[in-house]
Design a protein around this ligand. Sequence first.
Ligand code: ATP
Length: 283
Amino acid sequence: MIALKDIHFRYKKNKPLFENLNLTLEPCFIYGLLGKNGAGKSSLLKHISGLLYPDSGQCTVFGFDAPARKPAMLEDIYMIPEEFNLPAISLSNYVKTNGVFYSKFSFNQLQAYLAEFELDENAKLSTLSYGQKKKFLIAFGLATNARLLILDEPTNGLDIPSKSQFRKIMAASLDEEKIIIVSTHQVRDLENLIDNVVVLEKGHIVFNRNMGEISEKLAFEYNLAGVPAEEILYAEDMHGRKAGIVKNIAGHDARVDLELLFNGIVKNAAGINEHFANYKYEY
Ligand SMILES: Nc1ncnc2c1ncn2[C@@H]1O[C@H](COP(=O)(O)OP(=O)(O)OP(=O)(O)O)[C@@H](O)[C@H]1O
């Protein structure tokens, strides 16, 4: 489990970014971390991986104090940042040098992922395109068998077939011990992948819900004509019509449109959260 308790944090000379931030992330779930530019997503991920220290409060990862960055914790965390530099060595040399830091590293799994992504392990990392490098890091990260995988904009640079491969591989890699956090602006890439949606706004968690409860309580409509105003939680113009989020009064399991959901939360988090008041989702 990951637990952030009463986190306060500010970058030097800036106004506070996190004030009393609380968040718990449980194994066996894939979390989608969403938020506008500058909302604090990367800073939050850096706290979890022990790269930033809170001014006060506590961040624990699988029981370890994250800022202490104990080797036993680090071998259970793999983070793929949005921007990275890879050395001019072959994939196999990179694996030899870096795989040793992860006691559960599996060469067999790595080979299977590389084959799936059509990557040649004898190629030099410097000769790969950005998307190929990203796929290599995803394959390497999965092969570490770290219990926590943090992916910052993982689908940036991936072509369309690779995006669906990515979703398939991620979903298949989840087990009862693993926590996967995917932070992205490409919300459509998360559809059919994530179990929970966490939205950050100016350093505050303004929404944190399971996809099951979202689809039970909310419905996503592409033509709001005729929908009573009191049932509409959020509306926007889409192809000359009004689309939006409505109360799922009939209680049918609705397909969650993550883009509409995100837009709705940005505009009306209070109204949407209020609709969940006194509601208890049965897992
Ligand atoms: N090293 C830094 N020094 C000072 N301020 C910083 C630093 N890094 C981030 N910030 C500020 O902290 C806030 C949160 O930034 P952060 O990078 O965590 O946001 P983000 O949600 O990941 O944004 P994006 O979606 O654009 O990547 C922003 O206001 C940013 O300007």
